[in-house]
Ligand binder design. Sequence first.
Ligand SMILES: [Zn+2]
Length: 376
Amino acid sequence: MPDEKLFYEDPTLERIETEVIETGDEGGRPWARLERTIFHPEGGGQPADWGALGDVPVVNVQEREGRVLHFVNSPVAVGPVVACLDAGRRFDLSQQHTAQHLLTAVLLERHGLPTTAFHLGESYAAIEVDGKVPDPEALAGFEDEVNAIVREARTVRTLWIEPGQMKALGVRSRMLPEGHTGKVRIVEIEGVDINTCGGTHVQNLSEIQMIHIFHAEPARGGARIHFLAGGRILSRLGKADALEAALKDRLGTSPMDFARVVDGWLTERRRLKKRVKRLEDENAEHIARELALTDGDRIEKTIQGAGPDMLRSLAKAVLELRPEAVVSLVGEAEVTCFIVQSGPAGPQDVSDVGEALRDRLKARGGGKGRTFQGRT
Ligand SMILES: [Zn+2]
């Protein structure tokens, strides 16, 4: 006999007095089984409910062959206990889940798009449908359609029927888990959809408040459509408002002008980048000419602000003027980099000089033959 799940009949129960009838642990995580539970275990695409047994947090709920295991932060004792649900989390998941039923029904009935998968996470809800990825205009159309039905405030109810009754009732998905026996739980959105489901739902579509469909992308040969319902829309809007205020504060313009301001910056950035490159090239030529005047065949220099690219082009330029020399250059920018290189008329191997410089700089690096380079 599977453990009794009260949320099947009454999803509004948030707190009950019950009994811990068995305890144990799984991989070091303690669990408790209850005589009757209000916690929905993870399954059917819906995450587990959270809450508490007494004052011990319930952080996960899993079903194992009909036994509902409530994973708790610390072991609880067998005997009477008050079980309390994280009702905010339950309501959020119920809003998203019921929104999914409605969206799935509308896409199938009105657009011939069957749902092939459903994802419901803490911050992410999506369905996958057959066919090509709908464009933004189509998504806006779907959104209007489902919201019109949300405004009709239809009743959502659950009932238990015999498997043989499903066809006559027009149940949308008639797939049953392997080995299923006995009655089947049906969730009906009055006049819109009848479907088998073991999850939790709101009791009236008005509790969904609103559905926002905001993105679609290719997925497994079909399309994944992302949506939000109810509280998640307000939460996202709150974050968007905060972001808008932060940008307004920094850019000093109205949100309508954000894109124009950033475009202007990008253009200016490209112009400055070209100018910096030109000045660096001129500077490198100048430095190379000066370095080439150094007495002896060992030329050494530390250049502030130089990166590996600049060091390489500088070494090349110096060695074109002084092919018999060995050049050791160190660049000091965000990191320190170095290069040791000899010209075609210089020594064939500079690894001794390179290793000494690398160790002195406490850098990493290596090389063979005429080039040795690295960085801190
Ligand atoms: Zn459901």
